[in-house]
Design a protein around this ligand. Structure first.
Ligand code: MG
Length: 477
């Protein structure tokens, strides 16, 4: 027998009295709707007044709480409601049968959630309570029995529980994603007094990604707390305030070397000059924040003097994008996102990448070329650590996108200002100094996992590709 949790009546004994203010006038009794503030008369009373009077006779076609005529009132505390939970093996038509049954009682639908997990359906429906709730329960039980499912009814009052302020999205990425890690992250969220209201899987490939909708949290405090737990559990966690900015067009600003592409262009150039190891050693120290970037750049570029200009063609042919880079750009361009490459590397390479992939903005250093050969100098101002942050702000302004709606992705110490300036700064397979400073770190080598942080599921990515006649690359490219 399906469970029915009857609670002692939490609503006023005389709902009509509770819902309308009454005053005397020369013409008699006046009523005002408690929710709309409108004056109403006994013959044209507000929907809530019509539905709630204890002891009124009602038919199944106009049950209590069903609303009758809707005059624009919102569901409020005190209205009798029923929470129905239907669970079991999914089959075609379950939702239709449940709502057909509810329709027979004319109840108002206040909230619905339905999920499907490996063929098991969980359907929750919050409705206004009809007077003859026992008959509704019996009818729903008969439908559930016929469908091989279970139904539970719980009485209550009012709308769905109001979610606390401080809405946050927490995305967890793991490969594999172990239950111990989820337990630890959920535990830290609980420690702050916040609540997990909803959990949704975003992807199973190339990593498992789940998104937690959290309420009652301070995003900054939660981000700090979960960053420590993520490192302990060896998973990636992103914490973002849930607001309208998440849904609008955004600007993605990407570092190039060891972020958008694999490897460092300056080392690829140095290989042609026979000094790759020497340049790589300086690059490593600069990216770790141990050397001044501009000084180290001039030092390394000087070693390239004399290389023929054709070296750019050779290097460009050898460039390999980070796994998932094309999927990231292709998918977000469909949504109207704007992209920028902001690099401490060189325009002779970044401009070509941008042209090939349809990237909107670039900022990088220009290697000076005279008479077809590199001079070993950089022409123009150097794009260094503050220069990268300035470029982010400039491109956001040109694109008409709020800086708070920007996403910056980088791996080196020269990306730190840019990551801090962006609305969402992501350390991507970053050096320790960057990983520790950034609010969000991705340590799997797939750039398209950033899509999951933006609330885009693998299913949606693949469907968009299929619609365009493209097969989503696997493994990611
Ligand atoms: Mg880099």
């Amino acid at each position: 027998m399906p469970a029915c949790a009857w609670r002692s009546s939490p609503w006023p004994r005389s709902p009509r009295a509770a819902r309308s203010r009454r005053t005397r006038s020369s013409s008699g009794v006046r009523h005002w709707c408690r929710w709309t503030g409108r004056r109403v008369t006994p013959s044209s009373r507000c929907c809530r007044d019509q539905s709630g009077g204890a002891g009124e006779s009602r038919s199944r076609s106009t049950p209590p709480g069903s609303g009758g005529q809707d005059l624009g009132c919102r569901p409020v505390d005190g209205v009798r409601t029923l929470l129905l939970t239907i669970t079991g093996k999914d089959r075609p038509g379950v939702t239709s049968r449940v709502f057909d049954t509810l329709a027979g009682y004319g109840v108002e639908v206040l909230d619905v959630e339905q999920i499907l997990l490996r063929g098991r359906l969980v359907l929750g429906v919050l409705v206004s309570a009809p007077r003859d709730w026992r008959a509704l329960h019996a009818d729903l039980s008969a439908v559930a029995l016929e469908l091989g499912m279970q139904v539970e009814l719980e009485h209550g009052a009012g709308d769905n529980t109001h979610r606390a302020d401080g809405r946050t999205h927490v995305t967890i990425l793991g490969s594999p994603l172990r239950s111990r890690a989820v337990a630890a992250i959920a535990g830290r969220i609980a420690d702050t007094g916040a609540n997990i209201d909803r959990i949704e899987r975003m992807a199973r490939y190339p990593v498992t990604a789940i998104e937690l909708h959290v309420s009652g949290a301070d995003p900054d405090r939660l981000r700090t707390l979960l960053a420590v737990e993520a490192a302990t559990q060896r998973v990636d966690v992103a914490v973002q305030a849930a607001n309208l900015l998440m849904r609008g067009v955004r600007l993605v600003v990407m570092d190039v070397d060891s972020t958008f592409i694999q490897g460092e262009v300056i080392e690829m150039l140095a290989a042609h000059a026979g000094c790759e190891a020497e340049v790589a050693a300086v690059t490593e120290r600069a990216m770790a924040g141990e050397l001044d970037f501009e000084q180290s750049l001039h030092q390394r570029v000087a070693l390239l003097a004399g290389l023929p200009e054709s070296v750019f063609d050779d290097v460009y042919r050898d460039i390999v994008l980070a796994p998932g880079a094309r999927t990231l750009v292709r998918t977000l361009r469909r949504l109207g996102y704007r992209f920028a490459l902001v690099s401490g590397g060189f325009t002779q390479i970044t401009d070509r990448i941008a042209a090939d992939l349809g990237i909107h903005f670039t900022a990088a250093n220009r290697l000076e070329v005279v008479d077809g050969r590199l001079t070993g100098r950089v022409s123009g101002p150097v794009v260094d650590r503050p220069g990268k942050a300035a470029a982010l702000r400039r491109f956001a302004d040109e694109a008409g996108i709020a800086v708070a709606a920007t996403i910056a992705i980088g791996d080196g110490a020269n990306d730190l200002d840019m990551l801090a300036a962006a609305g969402l700064g992501i350390a991507f397979n970053a050096k320790p100094v960057v990983r520790e400073a950034a609010g969000t770190a991705i340590n799997v080598p797939y750039l398209d996992t950033i899509l999951y942080l933006l609330g885009i599921s693998r299913e949606e990515i693949e469907q968009a590709d299929a619609d365009a006649g493209v097969t989503t690359p696997s493994p990611p490219v």
